[in-house]
Structure formats: structure tokens, C-alpha cells
Design a protein around this ligand. Structure first.
Ligand code: GLY
Length: 394
């Protein structure tokens, strides 16, 4: 169990001293999970180093920025629900605090979500999930097609049903990551821009040009966790990459009807989402592809996303195409993330967030800081213990 004492003498900031010092915490991975953990641990008094060749540019950068417990809930993931709900609850305050510390916009928007079906089969499929969603405590509101189009005039006429999810929000994830980076720098977190491996030797992280020593090591490396050869094979085998391709378009409000709500749609059985930003940027995502370590954008991926988005929102055709991107969701067999203890007392995990990396980011950092400073992982994150893959009680 971690046992951090805030009374450690301050480490000198000179480069030479940094090379040799034992810091409290080294985090491998500068995505949202690593950076929220770093920020919270630094604010709790820990000396923190984050190692990543390109912080903020992995799956967190590729994402659309869903903060959407209802519409990212999928049948069969019931154990995930308390985590998603609590994660959404902490987001607004977390976003405010990061904006305040950094002086940069948080990117958080609370404009709500509507879910629409395209044809009769899509409608039946969406309605089929309502009883289970209500049983789990969600409150989806079924709308007529007219009502849903009144709420979101950018929707076209070929809609079979609407469901309102007003508590499902979004964040401009790239803006938030920039603010979070700045908050980390201001909190004294040190960055090493290299790739890194947890060593078989306790308390050692092997970077490209140096070794780092730390009381605690947190692996927040997303799908790259599987390449950490010194870690437990059972945990690494529990993570697989699920590729997602995503598009960014730029709408012009003067000439086009631009959505104001996040729209999620089922179009002939395939999911697509459309996430508007206040600037007129519109994110369209995302494919779900079971591929090993492949982040190439493909013509088929772009085609399918545009085909399905324009089926429910014809003005998509008018917007400028600005980017196609792909990322890899670090997905686990049971859809719960992997957050907490390993079988080594010096190594801990904050990875495996699957489709919900942005939503779960702040809660992961807050929970990890509490775990690292007190030795106890708070509920509901305790359900994500890595020990479930190691045949040990969590
Ligand atoms: N959270 C959205 C996605 O994974 O596509």
C-alpha cells in the first residue's frame, strides 16, 4: 500500500540533482489520467515527474470529449455505471478549478445531448434499452420527432425517435488538456519527454536517456501499458486497443444550420455522434474497430462517418473538412478501467479507460491522489482494482 509522507525534504530543481533524486512519484503517460493524477498528487505535496514523449497527444487528444454517463452507458456494463455517474458529477467543479489555476478555458460545455434513431429498426433498438437505463437510475426522456427537431433544428427530417439526455455534457478535450498541462506546470510537475519502461528493479523507471527513481510509479500509458514487459502479464493481457476514427469539420453559422446540442444517432444499426463546439467546430465520431495498434485514418472510416452523420443532419454537407484522426481506446474485457494497486508495492495503474477516458479523467486523478496519500482507494473507483485480474481480492 502507498505510504506518502509530505515531510520529505524538497528535491533540488537542478538538472543533475533531478537525474539522481528519488522523487515521490513518476507517472508514465501524459494523457488525461496521468495529468489529473499528477496535478492532484502535486497539490497533495508530492514531487511528481511525468514521462511521455508527447504529453496530451494520445487517445485523450483523439477523443470527442464526451462527458456522457447515460449515452456512453452500454448494456452489460452495469458495474461501470456508479463510476460514470460520479465522474460526471465531479467534472464541472474540476473544469472550473483547472480554468482558474491555468488562466485558460476549460472547454467544458453543459448543453446536453439528444439521441436519435434514423429508421424504424433504429428506433426499436434505442427504445429497447430504456427499461434497463431507468432501472440503473438514469432518466431518459422520450421525445416525438417534432419535439427533438424543435430542440435541435439542425436535425433533418429522417428521424424516427428522439431521446433527451440533458445531463450528458461535453468538453473541448484539446482545450482542457492544454489547461491541465499548464496547471501541472504551475503545480511544479516536471516533464521528461521520452518513452519509458517500468524496470524489473523496484522503484526504477528506464527512460531513453536516463533512469528515474521514485517511491511510487503510476502507469497511465493507455494502450501502451501492454508493452510494459516488467508488469503482470494478466493485467497487460486484459487491455486491447479499440481503434476509433474521428473527423473534425468547421461550420459557418452565417450560412448553415449548426447544431447546439450533442447529437448521438443510430443510423441503420450503426452509431455516430456529432459534437458541436462554441467556435463552430463540429466533431463527428467515431468508428469502433478491433485492430491491433493501428492509427491510420482510412477512406472507409471517413466515408462511413460522413454517410451516417449526413443521414440525420443534412447540413454536414456544407461544412469544411478540417481533420481526420484516429486513436486507440485502451479497452478491458469487463469495460471497467484499471486503477489502483499492482502486485508490486512500488507500481500502480491508472489505465484501461476504454470509451470513457475523458469522462473518467478527473475522478481518476482525484481517486489516485487519495489512494497514494492514504493507501485507500475511494469508492466507486475501488471497483476498478487491477487485482481483479490477478486472482486477488481488491
Ligand atoms: N467516448 C466516445 C468514443 O469512444 O468514441
Amino acid at each position: 500500500m502507498p505510504a506518502f509522507s509530505a515531510n520529505r525534504p524538497a528535491v533540488s530543481q537542478s538538472w543533475e540533482a533531478c537525474q539522481n533524486a528519488v522523487v515521490d512519484l513518476v507517472i508514465i503517460g501524459g494523457g488525461i489520467a496521468g495529468l489529473t493524477t499528477a496535478r492532484e498528487a502535486a497539490r497533495a505535496g508530492m514531487q511528481v515527474t511525468v514521462v511521455d514523449p508527447t504529453p496530451t497527444h494520445g487517445a485523450s487528444y483523439a477523443a470527442a470529449g464526451m462527458i456522457a454517463p447515460l449515452t456512453e452507458y452500454h448494456i452489460g456494463d452495469a458495474r461501470l455505471v456508479p463510476l460514470l455517474v460520479e465522474a460526471a458529477r465531479v467534472w464541472p467543479d474540476y473544469a472550473r478549478r483547472i480554468a482558474g489555476e491555468s488562466g485558460l478555458p476549460s472547454g467544458y460545455v453543459d448543453h446536453g445531448t439528444v439521441v436519435v434513431g434514423h429508421d424504424a429498426d433504429d428506433k426499436a433498438e434505442l427504445l429497447r434499452h430504456l427499461p434497463a437505463q431507468r432501472e440503473l437510475g438514469f432518466d431518459p426522456e422520450v421525445l416525438t420527432t417534432r419535439e427533438v427537431r424543435d430542440r435541435e433544428p439542425a436535425l433533418g427530417p429522417t428521424i424516427s425517435v428522439g431521446i433527451a439526455a440533458p445531463a450528458d455534457h461535453a468538453v473541448h478535450n484539446r482545450e482542457f488538456l492544454a489547461a491541465l498541462m499548464r496547471a501541472n506546470e504551475l503545480a511544479g510537475v516536471r516533464f521528461v519527454h521520452e518513452s519509458a519502461q517500468v524496470s524489473a528493479r523496484p522503484h526504477v523507471v528506464e527512460c531513453e536517456s536516463q533512469e528515474l527513481r521514485a517511491d511510487h510509479i503510476v502507469v497511465a500509458a493507455g494502450v501502451d501499458t501492454v508493452h510494459q514487459g516488467a508488469l503482470e502479464a494478466a493485467v497487460r493481457a486484459a487491455i486491447r486497443p479499440v481503434k476509433g476514427q474521428i473527423l473534425r469539420l468547421q461550420a459557418d453559422r452565417r450560412t448553415s444550420t449548426v447544431p447546439t446540442l450533442t447529437v448521438r444517432a443510430l443510423v441503420r444499426g450503426k452509431s455516430v455522434y456529432i459534437v458541436p463546439r462554441p467556435s463552430g467546430e463540429v466533431v463527428v465520431g467515431a468508428t469502433v474497430e478491433e485492430r491491433q495498434f493501428d492509427v491510420g485514418a482510412t477512406a472507409a472510416g471517413v466515408f462511413e462517418l460522413l454517410r451516417d452523420a449526413r443521414a440525420i443532419m443534412p447540413s454536414v454537407d456544407e461544412w469544411a473538412f478540417t481533420e481526420s484522426w484516429a486513436g486507440m481506446r485502451p479497452t478491458t474485457h469487463d469495460h471497467l478501467p484499471i486503477v489502483g494497486a499492482s502486485s508490486r508495492t512500488d507500481v500502480h495503474y491508472a489505465t484501461g479507460h476504454g470509451r470513457n477516458g475523458i469522462l473518467l479523467g478527473p475522478l481518476t486523478g482525484l481517486s489516485m491522489a487519495q489512494y497514494l496519500t492514504t493507501g485507500t482507494m475511494p469508492a466507486p473507483m475501488a471497483a476498478a482494482s487491477p487485482l481483479r485480474f490477478l486472482g486477488e481480492a481488491a
